[in-house]
Design a protein around this ligand. Structure first.
Ligand SMILES: NC(=O)c1ccc[n+]([C@@H]2O[C@H](COP(=O)([O-])OP(=O)(O)OC[C@H]3O[C@@H](n4cnc5c(N)ncnc54)[C@H](O)[C@@H]3O)[C@@H](O)[C@H]2O)c1
Length: 349
């Protein structure tokens, strides 16, 4: 009989089904709040992380990226793609999975689906940033782009920022109808709109979360009144932006990691001498976020590896003592570490 894998060979694996079960078990709004807390805590210790712009492999139709980081104790990475044309073929625009490993041994500690977890962590990051940047007491958000991420964004802004009304717009009315249907009964006033301008009426926060592999103009300068907070999620690749450049010139711009955002964010439209602020400095109290109620704030989000690291660590903690994972026989771990070949030989039936 082939030798059985040692205990060290096993890595907890969180499948899509486990992730869905775990989110329902904890409650989605609690998960979003917990993730925001975990991400904010890691932004506070930003300086000790290993940081690098994500490694992107572009094609004509999309991008595949690896997003690594480490805090010196744990190492994490995410595999993620972005293919805006996928939805036309019945596929997701964004899919992802990720891994956490022990820096001391290099042994993996968790493998997890991250398609759902990316939507959750992106929404939690957006709302966490808005808590520092949006006008105080904001109750109404315009949600432009009503695809896979949109309901997560709306719920995070409800759970974390106290938003009570969302105004939905997508250039595909079927997406808006889907989003409105999914949000019904979740405690938000949901207003489907037929234009971006209509969605903007009365909104103190504007989230753009569209997918198009080009420089799009989802928001033009005349749509943006004084004092609003813009949470721009969808511009996250070279040549893929959502805002007219004039808006950037009027806004105070907050970013995750400048070396990555200059390549991928809205600010790729600007000269690199233009002033920007790193969000972690606002969170750590080193810099002010919102100064007054006339200021336009812009969170130019592209998604950074530390957010995924925080999310994976949260999941590793949350699955303990639950059935929301399986043990995956993932590591070859021979009894004699130098006898890898012998282990293979002995397994031959
Ligand atoms: N910043 C981050 O951390 C982060 C994380 C995840 C996804 N994203 C990005 O967010 C975007 C949305 O992701 P998704 O998974 O929801 O994609 P999706 O394809 O499911 O949804 C995108 C929606 O945008 C709509 N849209 C496209 N062009 C539009 C326009 N001109 N006006 C109005 N609506 C328009 C589409 O009809 C679609 O419903 C993607 O670009 C993705 O790369 C960013």
């Amino acid at each position: 009989m082939a030798p059985q894998p040692s205990e060290l060979a096993f890595v907890p694996f969180v499948s899509v089904e486990h992730m869905m079960g775990l989110v329902h078990h904890i409650g989605i709004e609690t998960v979003l709040r917990d993730l925001a807390t975990a991400i904010e805590a890691d932004f506070k210790r930003w300086e000790l992380f290993d940081k690098t712009p994500r490694v992107a492999s572009h094609s004509d139709v999309g991008v595949i990226e690896l997003m690594p980081t480490s805090d010196g104790e744990m190492y994490g990475f995410k595999y993620v793609n972005g293919h805006p044309k996928n939805t036309r073929d019945g596929l997701q625009t964004v899919t992802a999975f990720g891994l956490l490993a022990d820096v001391d041994t290099g042994y993996p500690k968790l493998l997890s689906e991250m398609t759902l977890l990316t939507a959750l962590r992106t929404a939690a990051t957006s709302a966490m940033a808005a808590r520092h940047l949006a006008p105080r007491g904001a109750k109404c958000m315009a949600m432009i782009g009503n695809g896979a991420q949109s309901e997560f964004q709306c719920l995070a802004f409800k759970a974390i920022c106290g938003i009570t009304e969302v105004r939905l717009y997508d250039n595909d009315p079927a997406a808006t109808a889907k989003c409105a249907r999914n949000l019904a009964g979740l405690g938000l006033k949901v207003v489907p709109c037929t234009s971006g301008e209509q969605a903007m009426e009365g909104a103190q926060i504007i989230t753009t979360c569209t997918a198009d592999k080009q420089n799009a103009t989802i928001l033009t300068d005349n749509m943006i009144g004084a004092g609003v907070h813009i949470n721009a999620i969808g511009g996250d690749c070279p040549g893929k932006t959502e805002l007219h450049r004039d808006i950037l010139l009027r806004a105070d711009i907050f970013v995750e990691y400048p070396p990555q955002t200059w390549i991928e964010g809205e600010i790729q439209q600007l000269d690199q001498t233009h002033p920007i602020t790193e969000l972690w400095q606002v969170i750590s109290g080193a810099t002010k976020g919102r100064r007054d109620d006339k200021q336009i704030t812009l969170f130019d989000s592209v998604g950074f590896a530390i957010e995924d690291f925080s999310a994976l660590r949260y999941i590793l903690g949350a699955i303990q003592g639950t059935g929301f994972y399986t043990q995956l026989d993932m590591l070859a771990d021979p009894d004699d570490p130098r006898d890898l070949f012998g282990m293979l030989q002995r397994s031959n039936p």
